[in-house]
Design a binder for this molecule. Structure first.
Ligand SMILES: Nc1ncnc2c1ncn2[C@@H]1O[C@H](COP(=O)(O)OP(=O)(O)OP(=O)(O)O)[C@@H](O)[C@H]1O
Length: 337
């Protein structure tokens, strides 16, 4: 891992970023092995970080992953840190440049079908998912492979969502997981968070696991498995949709209601939330809901029993019973094109 300087790179356009970071398209100039390469550089001022965002920790985690990729050949679905630079005010993380995220891929593969209504002459447009079954499988197994590598290294990503899954192009659908800005390194996130009092304000909207919504603080890497299951539900649906209500993206209570509506009322013996006061109060307030059959949720994969089974094993309330990434991958091996 090379430590360089900001001046080793020619900075171009800002291509992304959030509240805490700016990501630029750059060209590497004076840094050995990377000269002339187009890269993406994420620049963060550590003093501006608000927990769980922590760029110093992000750098540590990426360095750990960089060490293990030398001996682990399964790292291709996780972004490699190529170099970094550090000054008194900022940290720059240098990555390969990707062109599109999973939202962009879904937009690219959306075809609109017009339906003409004979009665009133109106035309409605319906989005249709035009990804092939082989492409859906490639994206999803790549995501699981990336998670298996991250989890094997004792890291919980904590923000698996379509913004953080990137691709070289819309044709090469080998996914790469990015953004370790709020990730957790077992056993105590390098002294930042104890294992039984982790920050629950993690993950994004629809992709949050149910235990997070019920303030379970000793959660595990299974929060990433739930997020990956929601992504499968999205990319294997007919129109890149989930059955969740739109307000679920912003309200924990609405999301919990959507989860219960989709995956059924949780079992009585959901151990990890037993002591959650909000759950005890809420459970009685919800009507009993049946679980929607997985082949309705993953309609493009409805004939693939391996994917249906793995999805069912991922979307399990009790996180200790939720399937792990390596196990899910092993089950899908028979089914990959
Ligand atoms: N290697 C890359 N190649 C191309 N674009 C990238 C790359 N890394 C990041 N980006 C773009 O920059 C955005 C922000 O990067 P990242 O998610 O790492 O930062 P962040 O501060 O955590 O942002 P957010 O708060 O939106 O999660 C990504 O969603 C993506 O659009």
């Amino acid at each position: 891992m090379q430590q360089g300087k900001r001046s080793d790179f020619e900075f171009g356009k800002r291509i992304g970023g959030g509240r805490f970071s700016d990501v630029y398209r750059c060209i590497a100039k004076n840094i050995s092995g990377l000269e002339g390469l187009e890269v993406a550089i994420k620049v963060v001022e550590p003093e501006d970080d608000v927990p769980p965002h922590n760029v110093r920790n992000e750098l540590k985690l990426l360095q750990k992953l960089a060490e293990s990729r030398i001996t682990d050949g399964t790292a291709q679905n996780v972004v490699p840190l190529l170099a970094f630079f550090q000054s008194s005010i900022e940290i720059g993380l240098v990555f390969p440049l990707y062109t599109v995220d999973l939202h962009g891929v879904m937009a690219h593969y959306t075809k609109y079908r017009s339906n003409f209504n004979l009665e009133d002459g109106s035309i409605t447009k319906k989005a249709q998912n035009n990804l092939s079954i082989a492409q859906i499988k490639r994206i999803f197994t790549g995501l699981l492979r990336g998670l298996a590598f991250i989890h094997r290294n004792g890291i919980i990503h904590r923000d698996i969502n379509p913004n953080n899954i990137m691709f070289e192009s819309t044709e090469n659908l080998q996914p790469v997981i990015i953004d370790f800005g709020i990730s957790y390194q077992e056993p105590n996130n390098n002294g930042l968070e104890k294992p039984d009092s982790k920050i629950t304000d993690i993950a994004t909207g629809y992709y949050k696991a149910p235990e997070l919504l019920l303030s379970v603080r000793n959660y595990t890497n299974k929060v990433d498995i739930w997020s990956a299951g929601v992504i499968l539900m999205l990319i294997a649906s007919q129109g890149f949709t989930t059955p969740y209500s739109t307000d679920s993206a912003h309200s924990d209570l609405a999301l919990l209601a959507s989860i219960f509506n989709t995956f059924g009322t949780p079992p009585e013996d959901w151990e990890e939330v037993k002591s959650s006061r909000s759950y005890t109060a809420m459970n009685a307030a919800f009507f009993k809901k049946e679980r929607t059959p997985a082949d309705n949720l993953l309609s493009k994969l409805k004939d693939n029993k391996h994917f249906i089974q793995v999805f069912n094993d991922m979307m399990v309330y009790e996180s200790s019973k939720r399937i792990a990434a390596t196990e899910a991958l092993a089950q899908l091996e028979n089914s990959i094109d």
